[in-house]
Design a protein around this ligand. Structure first.
Ligand code: ATP
Length: 235
């Protein structure tokens, strides 16, 4: 579904991605794990059209999307849930969700997906009229994911959904990630919480200072000494 081949991405003179290649197949949950500053968010921003690779190719469903406008990438079925959630604080939960569908015209489909989001996240249904800025961190994460689902993505890019959340909320969020995937959405998940990420993913890539240094099935990586020592707290 997605083939990233040898991309280089720069911020001015600083090279954040150095020859990164990876693949996501339809139906998978693929995770990209790595420490702070490794380049994970940069990769997602490049996939969603916020940054342009200086070199390399990005193929999505057989077409090149490298350097395309973010809006046309959303239209093609890629939705990005950014780090830090970025919900519109002064708008209600429902208004934020409706905004996720701004490029769609199929009213019936939009109404159906709103119901689906409320089924996945009953907490959002309870709070549909509440100002989003007053939600808890976990609820804002739910809202950001719900808003992305409203765009009807084929591929969902999730940037550190567990960040800053209590362990119970992290569990809830990850079980919903699984659920969304089961219903047919392919997922590329960026995480610092390698333990949780490897427990839900089919395959994984490890990124260090802008380079992919390891890849394999989640099961294989969980048992790799290097991953255990650096990302699983020696477990
Ligand atoms: P984090 O979890 O901290 O977001 P990350 O793996 O997502 O980490 P990136 O945010 O992709 O890392 O950053 C990769 C590198 O690019 C880092 O060295 C970072 O300092 C640098 N970088 C990120 N954004 C910018 C920017 N806007 N301008 C300059 N350098 C940047």
């Amino acid at each position: 579904m997605l083939k990233v081949n040898d991309i280089n991405v720069f911020y001015g003179n600083i090279q954040a991605l150095k020859g990164v290649s990876l693949e996501v197949n339809e139906g998978e949950i693929v995770t990209l794990i790595g420490a702070n500053g490794a380049g994970k968010s940069t990769l997602l921003k490049t996939l969603s059209g916020l940054l342009k690779p200086k070199q390399g190719t990005i193929e999505y469903l057989g077409s090149s999307i490298a350097g395309k406008q973010a809006q046309s990438i959303v239209k093609a079925g890629i939705s990005h849930v950014p780090e830090g959630r970025r919900v519109f604080a002064n708008m209600t939960v429902e208004e934020n969700l409706e905004l996720g569908a701004y490029l769609r015209k199929d009213k019936d489909g939009i109404a159906k997906d709103l119901q689906r989001v409320f089924e996945l996240f009953p907490r959002l249904l309870e709070r549909r009229k509440q100002q989003s800025g007053t939600l808890s961190g976990g609820e804002q994460q739910m809202l950001a994911m719900g808003r992305a689902i409203m765009a009807k993505p084929k591929l969902l890019l999730l940037d550190e959904p567990s960040m800053g959340l209590a362990p119970l909320m992290v569990k809830t969020i990850f079980s919903i990630v699984k659920e969304i995937n089961k219903e047919g959405t392919t997922i590329l998940l960026v995480e610092q919480n390698a333990h949780m990420a490897l427990s839900v993913a089919d395959r994984a890539y490890v990124i260090e200072t802008g380079r992919v240094v390891l890849s394999g099935t989640a099961k294989e990586l969980k048992e790799t000494e290097q991953v255990k020592a650096a990302y699983l707290g020696g477990l």
